[in-house]
Design a protein around this ligand. Structure first.
Ligand code: ADP
Length: 938
């Protein structure tokens, strides 16, 4: 059978199209639906025959894109404009090689299907409307039922209302009944009230009666009082009269006496007239007796009378003076005239100063007092003048004036002296300052070469030497050491003198502080074959607040004296708790020896500067006599008092008590053991030091420690080096050319923005402001000459890098799991191998670390650099605690830094990956350790 017959017979239009969209074959149905002849259609553009060619093109493309398309709705346009809705189905056809060479399309006429659909939807609509009607009918039935129900309800309520009304009526009746009862009760009450009132008024009456009776009684009582008064009055009258009689007697007697008196008075009168005569005589002699000159002058100014004093003061006889001009005898005659005229004008004058001239020229200063005298009719007869000699007064006044002037000039002199004294004080203070400065400078100058001498001697002593050489070198070192001690002592004294001794208040562990100190004497004690005994009271709180450095210095001085002055026996250092309260403790320190002892009369002197118990002490034992003076100056300002008990040839005990504050603070583990154990290596140290000798010395010391070291000759060079290479710690000299240690530290902290530990190397702790070191951001200081052990312990405690971190090879290789990535050595040291503390710290690590890693990774995804920074920052300390290699810690530091500066952020993911690996390895190992610790200690 030929397929063509089926194709032609198909009522659905069938078209084959080539890849260009041209019709290459079709059936009769296509001719029918388009109304175009077969010939015309063949080779025509397939899309031309659709109402919406663009939609058709889209369908056609879809065939090519997907290989086929189904039921794609389109509308074919007939040549006469008739439209036929079709569903378009197509699929590509391929050649034998599988290449697409065209598409076959079937278009199904769906006009008929559409009509059926419309019919179906009309039916549905009808059914829907019927349903709606039925629904409404049933709703109506419901509504009717509801209405009937509501009617019933209304009827029910109406009958209930009838009942309620009845009830109401009944209640009203009840109320009325009760009201009537109440009326009755009220009446009863009113009656009872009336009764009460009646009784009350009866009571009022009874009261009134009582009151009346009381009044009567009172009246009687007052009548009695009156009667008594009358009686008393009559008694008084009687007495009065009796006394009047007495008075009358007295009067009589008095009158008698008066009579007698009058008689006497008459006699007296007679004698008085006689004595008046005498009196005028008497006043005359009084006038004469006056030492002040007295003169009477006539209105014309002539002297009319005078006393002897006047004659004396002028140096002329009375006779000669009488009748002469009064003013003649004064140095200022015109003024004298005016004075006496003033007396006439004003009736009197007081204290007018004039000077009388004696005949022989002697002058007398006087104050003139005068007043007029009149006759009985009031006419002025003349003036009386009294001239008071004031020479003496004047002299005193001038003396006073002179004294005042003298006093003023003395004050001036005193002020001058004061300002001179002040200047001198200033000069003296400047001199003290200069002395202090001089001492500081000198100490600096001496210490620098001394540190080199001591340092190199130490270095030399470590080389191979002949016994002789060793002996000489030891002697050099010994001399150097004692010179340094002397310089330190002198500086301390200078500091005390300048009032510059400052006492710290810092928490410290007292017991370890004391033990450290005792260790220093071990070799000396062994050498002298002595015993050193420590008696430490365990009740003393572990951590106390005070000044450990000065406490160290005090005890050090006392022990070194004890060792020095004892040749056999033992030295006991006793530390005892004296008292304790909530805030502080009082601790007694005693250093006892079995040495030479001190004579009693010398005991009070040994605390003075440069004082020794006997003249030969220096020769025999050395020393300068400064140690105890320093001890005293260190104990007393802290509220303590040093005492000594001593017996010659038996020994001495020096003791003192100091108070320390208590604290809850726990001190971080200190490098209690200053032993040089080679546990830490490869620490990279940058030494900033300008003096070549010191540079060399530092090199040898650091080489000895096994540290890497670089030298910079000043701060500027140091900064350049730090920018090129990373270091673990910086040792910084302070005084250097170009850029000094303070400036360099400030630059490192503020501009380079790094927290690298910096230790100041100071030649002189007095003048160098240690506070300044701290302020610029230095972590610690070491004074020159360098104590190697101290330097080592300070470097290590600041860097805190366990040696294991450096001994393993540099590059991270975690595939090699044969070696452990953790090292609990440090943790054991820190916790003093306390299993509980170790377990606690491990479990903290186990909880914290995965969280931090997660946070870091999340931060990376979110590009939240702050989160990355903070997680890395929190993680850093855990590396050294768990003894994880330092290069991992450095990785964490890099992550921290890159996240902070947002530079090299592309390197962070790799670093975080490595950290994650090492941390999960560490967690595994730590879990095992945890279990081991647990099982061995449970
Ligand atoms: P230095 O010891 O340098 O002479 P110190 O001020 O320390 O100066 O002591 C002053 C003096 O007190 C000493 O020279 C010595 O005579 C006496 N002294 C101090 N401690 C003791 C002691 N433990 N035993 C005997 N004498 C002592």
């Amino acid at each position: 059978m030929n397929n063509r017959i089926f194709i032609e017979a198909s009522l659905d239009p069938l078209v084959a199209i080539n890849n260009e969209g041209k019709i290459i074959d079709l059936n009769e149905a296509v001719v029918n639906i388009t109304g175009v002849s077969r010939d015309k259609l063949t080779g025509a553009d397939f899309l031309e025959y659709f109402n919406d060619p663009e939609k058709a093109r889209q369908g056609y493309r879809e065939v090519y894109a997907k290989g086929s398309v189904a039921d794609y709705p389109l509308t074919i346009r007939n040549i006469h404009g008739k439209l036929t809705d079709v569903l378009f189905n197509g699929s590509v056809f391929k050649d034998d090689n599988g290449n697409v060479i065209g598409a076959v399309v079937v278009a199904r006429d769906i006009a008929e299907q559409k009509w059926a659909k419309d019919l179906r939807s009309a039916n549905k609509e009808l059914a829907f409307q019927n349903e709606e009607k039925e629904k409404r009918a049933s709703e109506l039935v419901l509504a009717n039922k509801e209405l009937a129900f509501q009617n019933e309800e209304k009827e029910k309520r109406a009958s209930e209302l009838v009942l309620a009304n009845k009830e109401l009526a009944f209640q009203n009746e009840e109320k009325e009944k009760r009201a009537a009862e109440l009326v009755l009760a009220n009446k009863e009450l009113a009656f009872q009230n009336e009764e009460k009132e009646k009784r009350a008024s009866e009571l009022v009456l009874a009261n009134k009666e009582l009151a009346f009776q009381n009044k009567v009684k009172e009246k009687r009582a007052s009548e009695l009082v009156l009667a008594n008064k009358e009686l008393a009055f009559q008694n008084e009258e009687k007495e009065k009269r009796a006394s009047e009689l007495v008075i009358a007697d007295v009067e009589l007697e008095f009158q008698n006496k008066e009579k007698e008196k009058r008689e006497i008075a008459t006699k007296e009168l007679e004698s008085l007239s006689y004595s008046a005569k005498l009196a005028s005589q008497y006043s005359l002699s009084l006038i004469e007796a006056s030492r002040d000159p007295l003169v009477t002058i006539s209105p014309e100014g002539k002297i009319t009378d005078m006393n002897e004093a006047t004659a004396k003061i002028i140096g002329m006889t009375r006779k000669k003076l009488t009748g002469t001009d009064f003013f003649k005898y004064f140095t200022e005659q015109q003024k004298a005239r005016e004075v006496y005229q003033e007396v006439f004008a004003k009736d009197s004058v007081a204290d007018s100063p004039l000077t009388i001239r004696h005949k022989n020229g002697k002058l007398t200063d006087v104050y003139i007092n005068g007043s007029v005298y009149k006759d009985d009719a009031g006419n002025v007869l003349g003036v009386v003048i009294v001239a008071r000699d004031v020479t003496e007064q004047k002299r005193i006044a001038t003396e006073l004036k002179e004294a005042k002037v003298a006093a003023e000039s003395a004050t001036l002199l005193a002020e001058e002296a004061k300002s001179k004294a002040e200047k001198l004080t200033g000069i003296a203070e400047a001199a003290v300052k200069a002395k202090q400065q001089f001492l500081s400078n000198m100490s600096h100058e001496i210490r620098t070469p001394m540190s080199a001498i001591i340092g190199f001697t130490k270095v030399l002593l470590k080389t191979e030497l002949t016994p002789k050489q060793e002996e000489y070198l030891s002697a050099i070192k010994l001399s150097g050491d004692s010179l340094i001690v002397l310089i330190n002592d002198i500086l301390d004294i200078a500091k005390v003198d300048a009032g510059k001794m400052v006492f710290e208040q810092a928490p410290f562990r007292m017991e370890s502080s004391i033990s450290d100190m005792l260790q220093l004497f071990e070799s000396k004690i062994l050498e002298k074959n002595l015993k050193l005994v420590k008696e430490y009271d365990k009740n003393i709180p572990k951590v106390l607040v005070g000044d450990p450095v000065h406490l160290h210095q005090i005890i050090l001085n006392l022990i070194s004296n004890a060792v020095k002055f004892t040749s056999k026996g033992k030295i006991t250092v006793r530390v005892k708790l004296v008292s304790e309260d909530d805030e502080k403790v009082r601790v007694q320190f005693a250093v006892k020896d079995t040495g030479i002892g001190i004579e009693e009369d010398k005991i009070s002197k040994i605390f003075e500067h440069f004082q020794q118990a006997s003249g030969g002490t220096t020769r025999l034992y050395g020393g300068t006599g400064l140690g105890l003076a320093i001890v005293k100056h260190l104990v007393e300002p802290q509220g303590g008092f040093i005492t000594v008990k001593s017996t010659i040839n038996k020994g001495s005990t020096f003791s003192f008590i100091l108070s320390f504050l208590k604290t809850n603070q726990n001190i971080a583990f200190e490098t209690e053991n200053l032993e040089l154990n080679k546990e830490y290596e490869n620490i990279k140290v940058l030494v900033v030091e300008d003096i070549a000798l010191n540079q060399l010395l530092m090199k040898t010391i650091l080489d000895d420690f096994g540290f890497e070291r670089d030298i910079a000759a000043n701060g500027k060079i140091a900064i350049e080096k730090m920018q090129k290479k990373s270091y673990d710690i910086v040792l910084m000299d302070l005084q250097m050319p170009e850029m000094n240690g303070f400036e360099a530290t400030e630059y490192i902290r503020k501009t380079l923005n790094t927290k690298i530990p910096i230790i100041a190397l100071t030649a002189d702790v007095t003048t160098v402001d240690l506070a300044k070191c701290e302020a610029v951001g230095m972590n610690d200081y070491v004074s020159k000459p360098i104590d190697e052990r101290l330097l080592y312990s300070k470097i290590v405690s600041l860097v805190k890098k366990p040696a294991s971190a450096f001994k393993t090879k540099k590059k991270t290789d975690l595939n090699n799991t044969s070696s452990k990535c953790i090292d609990l050595h440090y943790l054991m040291q820190r916790t003093k191998s306390d299993p509980e503390m170790m377990m606690e710290m491990i479990s903290i690590y186990l909880v914290q670390t995965p969280t931090l890693i997660k946070a870091m990774k999340q931060g990376l995804i979110d590009k939240d650099w702050q989160a990355v920074y903070s997680a890395a920052h929190k993680m850093i300390p855990s590396f050294s605690i768990m003894g994880i290699r330092g290069d991992f810690e450095n990785m964490a530091r890099k992550v921290q830094e890159y996240a902070k500066t947002q530079q090299h952020t592309e390197e962070i993911p790799e670093l975080v990956l490595q950290l994650e690996r090492v941390c999960s390895q560490a967690c595994k190992e730590l879990e095992e350790e945890y279990n081991t610790v647990k099982s061995t200690n449970s």
